[in-house]
Design a protein. Structure first.
Length: 105
C-alpha cells in the first residue's frame, strides 16, 4: 500500500457556505475511513483555506474517486484539488521504512 495526500484549495466564502454541506461531507469522509482508505483529514488553520486528507491505497484512483464524490467538491466549496503520492519512510505506518546504515529496524 502507498500513501496519498489529497490537497483541497477552498473557494472564497468556504467557511460561510460549508454548513449546508458539512454533514454530507463528514459522512462521506467517515465512510472512507471505515473502508480503511482515509487515515486522517482536516483543514489547515489560520487561514482556513486548505484541506489535507491522507489516504492509504494501491493507486491514486480511490483518492480521485473520493474527491469527485465529495459534497464539498460537487457544490463548489473546493476551488481545486490534487492528489500526490507521499513517499513515507519514517514511522510505524511508513509505506517504505528506511533506517540509517547499521541501525536496527
Amino acid at each position: 500500500m502507498k500513501h496519498y495526500l489529497l490537497f483541497y484549495s477552498f473557494a472564497d466564502g468556504y467557511l460561510e457556505r460549508r454548513t449546508a454541506f458539512r454533514d454530507a461531507h463528514l459522512r462521506h469522509a467517515w465512510e472512507a475511513q471505515t473502508r480503511g482508505t482515509l487515515l486522517l483529514a482536516g483543514a489547515v488553520a489560520d487561514p482556513v483555506d486548505t484541506g489535507l486528507l491522507l489516504f492509504e491505497a494501491d493507486s491514486p484512483a480511490p483518492v480521485e474517486a473520493f474527491a469527485r464524490a465529495d459534497p464539498y467538491v460537487a457544490n463548489g466549496l473546493v476551488a481545486s484539488w490534487r492528489v500526490r503520492e507521499w513517499l513515507t519512510v519514517v514511522g510505524a505506518s511508513a509505506a517504505s521504512p528506511l533506517h540509517p546504515a547499521g541501525a536496527a529496524p
